[in-house]
Design a protein around this ligand. Structure first.
Ligand code: NAI
Length: 306
């Protein structure tokens, strides 16, 4: 396929797009014709404070390059904020085709010292924030029979990281959320996928050394985000790890079934190696079959809506 991927006529909401990765995604989609809602609260990396200028600056950049964008300064972390973000897309451009859940903060602390505010703040922005923005957008996407959702997890959500129990839980939650949105969206041509990026931004400037910081640019993460947000996206419910030029699909798999000889804890202990099994993945359901299989499943569970 040699034709360029275009976003002409498409409307994209990008949360937390006042800097870092979100800004880079916004610039790429705008350059390819999308109308963009640049959402950002404009706070610091811990989620304190706020300023309208972060989002507005990116809107100015997009407009200076001939693109089309509006700024939005609501927080993703409340239902009212989420609805207002989606409404600003409808007010400015009449619809929503794409949601990129990217807004994020950090409140790192060892688990035994993590207080309830640190837990709530991080889950509110990353996980509930994605619910609050995606849900009103999903209603519109269902109606129009088209939608693309890209959410941002993290290596911490996939594999864990010291001092980030709150962040890891929120980021892993986005994967569970995406898996089910993919199922519910399949019959409406709504696809939802996840990226786990590494990039030099204010969030990582103290962690990545200067060389990696310079190499792992936000701009190197945006191409896969743009693909997943495009009409040509051929996958749903997938997770991709991306850093610099490197992209790897991350998937969960189940070992072959093992039949426990006796239903006792000792039988689990004594057969653990066989239960753990070799690392052979089961085949993944491909999108082509997903809509049909989802409908059958929904019907058998009495959950089909139509
Ligand atoms: P960043 O701090 O530059 O971007 C996050 C943006 O979200 C900020 O502009 C911030 O103002 C905005 N934001 C925070 N709370 C908000 C709220 N309640 N409502 C609206 N906007 C809000 O950091 P970066 O690195 O660009 O992060 C983007 C996403 O990527 C985050 O979700 C982060 O967790 C994730 N990520 C980044 C990695 C990296 O290596 N930079 C690694 C793994 C995940």
């Amino acid at each position: 396929m040699s034709e360029k991927i275009s976003f002409d006529g498409r409307v994209a909401i990008i949360t937390g797009a006042g800097g870092g990765l979100g800004r880079s995604h916004a610039l790429l989609l705008a350059e390819r014709g999308a109308n963009i809602v640049v959402n950002d609260l404009g706070g610091d990396v811990h989620g304190n404070g706020g300023s309208d200028s972060a989002a507005q600056k990116v809107v100015d950049e997009i407009k200076a390059k001939g693109g089309n964008a509006v700024a939005n300064h609501d927080s993703v972390a409340t239902p009212e904020g989420g609805r207002a973000i989606v409404q600003s897309a409808v007010d400015a451009f009449g619809k929503v085709d794409i949601v990129i859940n990217n807004a994020g903060i950090l409140r790192d602390k060892a688990f035994h010292k993590m207080d309830v505010d640190m837990i709530n703040a991080v889950i509110d922005v990353h996980l509930k924030g994605a619910f609050f923005v995606t849900q009103p957008a999903f209603e519109i996407m269902r109606e129009q029979g088209y939608g693309r959702i890209v959410s941002t997890t993290s290596g911490t959500g996939l594999f864990g990281n010291f001092g980030q129990v709150n962040y890891g839980a929120a980021k892993a939650g986005l994967i569970g959320m995406t898996r089910t949105i993919s199922l519910e969206g399949a019959m409406h041509n709504i696809k939802a996928n996840v990226i786990a990026p590494i990039a030099g931004t204010r969030m990582t400037e103290d962690i990545l050394g200067p060389d990696l910081f310079a190499q792992l640019t936000p701009e190197s993460v945006s191409p896969i985000v743009a693909y997943l947000a495009s009409e040509e996206c051929d996958v749903t419910s997938y997770v991709y790890s991306v850093a610099g030029k490197r992209i790897a699909r991350v998937f969960q798999c189940e070992a072959p079934d093992y039949l426990l000889p006796e239903q006792t804890p000792e039988a689990v202990r004594d057969n653990l190696a066989a239960i753990n099994g070799p690392e052979v993945p089961k085949p993944f359901i491909e999108f082509a079959n997903l809509a049909e299989e989802t409908m059958l499943l929904a019907e058998s569970l009495g959950r089909a809506e139509n």
